[in-house]
Unconditional design. Sequence first.
Length: 253
Amino acid sequence: MPHSALPRITSFLSAFARRQAARVVDLPGGFAVYDDAFVHSHANNQLIVDGAAAPEALPAVAEEALGHLPYRLISVLDDEVGAACAEPLVRAGYTHSTYLVMLHEGPVPAGGSAEVVDLDALRIPLTRRWRDLLPDAGDAVVRHLVDRREARRSAADVVHFVGARTAEGEVASWADLYLDRAAGLAQIEDLITSEAHLGRGHADAVLSTALRLAAGQDCGTRFLTADAADWPRHWYERRGFSVIGRTHGFERG
């Protein structure tokens, strides 16, 4: 049986994508989101499948929706639909990634020395991080990947950027926190630590603070998504998160 929280989480993810988009086009089984201000950001220009889709038809639907872009990104929010879409999309040249929906079911940490910060405080460490990850990317690409966080402010009722600072005041680790207080739901997203500050507890401070802030707003359903093939999932498990579902991502170009 699917976890009882999973339908609400899926609905939140779908609504978040719609709300942050500059333009939305409804399509069979889902919708496409676009934002010309961040055209280099795949997440802001993609196809979201949040309903029943015809797997064999999906590559053609994606071409129609995203054919003007040099890349294709398709996010499938239902595990069974995503698994059914994998074969035709991989055949069409897409790479397939599986993401875990992880629910926090442990006690909320009492501490947490991080704080809510503004986007300006994140620009320098975010830019440095993206340049490390994409050394060949141009300035416009990096700028879009940093500035796209601004669009997220309208995507949930409350959006916080949570950061842990070094003794010198530099933000060493950070994450987004999205709250839907009416639904009692909170998402922690994009938890990152600068390479120069790894292994010093900054990510723990950010995560603990985000969980505490969510609990303080009566958000009892606290979740995040993690790459099924990457090590952070185990780090989250040791901090009280457990897997309750899966989504799928398909990318080309």
